[in-house]
Ligand binder design. Structure first.
Ligand code: GCO
Ligand code: MN
Ligand code: MN
Length: 412
């Protein structure tokens, strides 16, 4: 193949995208409670060892492009759209007004707002730092986010305490820091109760998001389980207002099984919001788009969520790779992420309705013939053949993933 002239590269990408086929219509995509973050689309590809590879984009463009794709919800950090120096001031409310206009014009809703407590120098010692001034500022910022959330019509607020911890031990006393962190959340909930009453709106659902490492080395609330313990620790004045926003990759990063982490959130009644993406165990937060690394695991995750009637939000919290261009972000990255999600969601329905899976699971639950239940050997013998169904079910789900259950075969 000849070198591809710069001018023809976008045309090539568009043609091959079309050739991929299998795209859902924007109308179909809008049926799902999927949200697109401002920060994901505007991510320029920068990192500690990486210069940006893309140009900046503002909320107008992101909201407009999400609308064309069929992503019905938009979410944002306060600082994604409001300069830190304008927080809580008149300039902030002017920006919020133009966001409202933009959302309305493009038929999108703001479903979630989140406070950035990790980027600015003020958070160097975390939002729950020793200095009362930092903590007062943190309370101000989360209260302000609650105000913005109600103004934009959001239902959720997310908190990611990735800077709550330390690089070196000694100065930070963990129990004290956790108490101080709880104070900020209490401030947010209390403000929420007030504003919700005034605006005659339901209070926001406040969702904690855990990540095991990055940007702090040692993190005080590293997993969704740690968050559940924190919620019921007695430190929160309104634990009923606080739930979880697990992120798929963040559970994988510490070596956990995302499906099991979600199960623990479900049984606690705290699975309120879900950041969807993909990546690898025990590596940094690569934030790859859903299904590109672990499609089989994702299929199983969605079977669980569908079985429990979880319908969203599904927040596309991934980072388009540095190799994707500005136009590629909206032409390839977001539509394909949404479409893989929908496909896996539909497949999860197929798994649930599959006669083979159903019969196998029913048989496992029925168990073997009655024997003396005090006799381990007899029980094991009564189930020896039946338990092979575990592996058969896994194979059947793989077949559904690759379409083999519909007769698709490969020649040897
Ligand atoms: C990450 C985190 C963030 C948070 C966001 C919301 O991957 O580092 O997921 O993207 O979701 O900051 O507070
Ligand atoms: Mn996230
Ligand atoms: Mn992440």
């Amino acid at each position: 193949m000849k070198p591809v002239p710069v001018k023809k590269q976008q045309v090539l990408v568009d043609r091959l995208m079309k050739a991929c086929g299998g795209a859902y219509s924007p109308k179909t995509r809008r049926k799902y409670f999927i949200s697109g973050p401002q920060w994901a689309a505007a991510y320029q590809g920068q990192a500690l060892f990486h210069a940006p590879t893309r140009q900046p984009v503002g909320f107008e463009e992101v909201i407009g492009e999400y609308s064309k794709i069929g992503i019905g919800h938009w979410v944002t950090h306060d600082s994604d759209v409001i300069p830190t120096e304008a927080m809580g001031k008149d300039e902030q409310w002017q920006i919020v007004e133009s966001i409202k206009k933009s959302l309305k014009k493009h038929g999108l809703e703001c479903s979630m707002v989140t406070t950035e407590t990790f980027f600015h120098a003020v958070w160097a010692a975390s939002p729950a730092a020793e200095s009362p001034q930092v903590r007062e500022y943190a309370a101000h910022r989360v209260r302000n986010t609650v105000d913005i959330g109600h103004e934009l019509g959001a239902q959720f607020a997310v908190y990611w305490p990735g800077s709550l911890g330390y690089y070196t031990q000694g100065a930070v006393e963990e129990t004290e820091t956790l108490r101080w962190y709880a104070e900020a959340l209490n401030a947010a909930c209390e403000r929420d109760i007030e504003v919700a009453r005034k605006k005659k709106r339901a209070p926001l659902k406040h969702c904690l998001e855990a990540k095991p490492f990055e940007p702090q080395a040692e993190i005080l609330l590293p997993t969704s389980d740690a968050m559940l313990a924190f919620i019921s620790s007695g430190l929160l004045s309104h634990p009923e207002m606080v739930g979880l926003n697990p992120e798929y990759l963040h559970e994988l990063m510490w070596g956990g099984a995302p499906r099991a982490a979600l199960a623990r959130a479900l049984v606690a009644g705290k699975l309120w919001h879900f950041d969807i993406n993909d990546g690898y165990r025990l590596k940094h937060d690569v934030d790859i788009a859903i299904g590109l690394v672990n499609p089989l695991d994702w299929l199983n995750v969605l079977v669980m969520l569908r079985s429990h009637n979880y319908k969203g939000p599904f927040n596309l919290d991934y980072k388009p790779p540095r190799t994707t261009s500005n136009s590629g972000v909206f032409a390839v990255s977001f539509p394909t992420a949404v479409d893989r999600f929908i496909t896996l969601w539909e497949m999860a329905g197929e798994v649930m309705e599959d006669k083979i899976v159903q019969e196998a699971i029913a048989a496992l639950k029925a168990g073997g013939p009655p024997v003396d239940t005090h006799d381990a050997d007899a029980i094991a013998a009564a189930h020896r053949e039946l338990l092979t169904l575990h592996e058969l079910v896994a194979h059947r789900i793989f077949q559904i993933l690759v379409g083999a259950h519909r007769g698709r075969t490969y020649s040897a």
